[in-house]
Design a protein around this ligand. Structure first.
Ligand SMILES: [Mg+2]
Length: 224
């Protein structure tokens, strides 16, 4: 095995965690004069989020443009309109906007640890807008060498083309590049493209470490 020279990270649920959608639903319901229990709101969101990761939703091209993203996600969120009237567009605005997402506690330390080892770092994301300002806002911009966004490439994960473009942007060969993500279908497209791949465990609490220290261990093991 050759040493890993570059690491590509997925963005959502890998380096950044979403806003607490359960609280968003409770608040939005209250604004509409509707009471919904926190546990019910959470369950409602979990159902939507799981549905949103299904292959049939991924196949809708939602990350190729901002318009498609809004349209496809809002249509999915309409399933919750029965529980809270007209919640779909509010959910989209308050939960899906990358500006509302925050890094996991181990995101910056992991990127720094990789950087100190001379490893190139890239972001590869199915996303309809530029993530650079998001990394800048959280003081992480200097820890990322390259961004590869689906809307710019015109291909979404798991399409191998996006991973090949991303490793090219890093200047590393696919076989020397490790892709890290949380989605067993979308992110695993890296394998078809000839990259190495590490699948994170399902996402946990937003304020708990994501388990990214494992990535540093994998990189270290590859140097032997
Ligand atoms: Mg993800």
């Amino acid at each position: 095995m050759t040493p890993i020279r570059g690491v590509l990270f997925d963005w959502g649920d890998t380096l950044f965690s979403p806003p607490d959608a359960g609280s968003v639903i409770v608040a939005a319901a209250a604004e509409r004069g509707v009471h919904i229990e926190a546990t019910k709101a959470r369950a409602l969101w979990d159902e939507l989020w799981v549905a949103g990761k299904m292959p049939e939703e991924l196949a809708k091209g939602r990350d190729l443009s901002a318009d498609a993203h809004r349209e496809v996600w809002t249509a999915l969120f309409e399933r919750a309109n029965g529980a809270v009237p007209d919640i779909a567009s509010t959910l989209y605005e308050r939960v899906m906007d990358p500006r509302a997402w925050i890094p996991y506690p181990d995101t910056a330390p992991t990127l720094r640890a990789l950087r100190s080892r001379g490893v190139r770092i890239g972001i590869v994301s199915n996303v309809p807008r530029d993530l650079r300002p998001i990394f800048t806002a959280h003081g992480l911009a200097e820890l990322v060498d390259a961004y590869t966004h689906s809307f710019e490439v015109g291909a979404e994960k798991p399409d191998p083309r996006i991973f090949l473009r991303a490793s090219e942007a890093l200047g590393t060969l696919p076989r020397d590049t490790l892709m890290v993500g949380d989605h067993p279908v979308a992110d695993a497209g890296a394998i078809v493209a000839g990259l190495r791949f590490y699948l994170l465990p399902p996402d946990g609490a937003p304020d708990a470490p994501r388990g990214l220290d494992r990535v540093v261990a994998i990189v270290d093991a590859s140097q032997d």
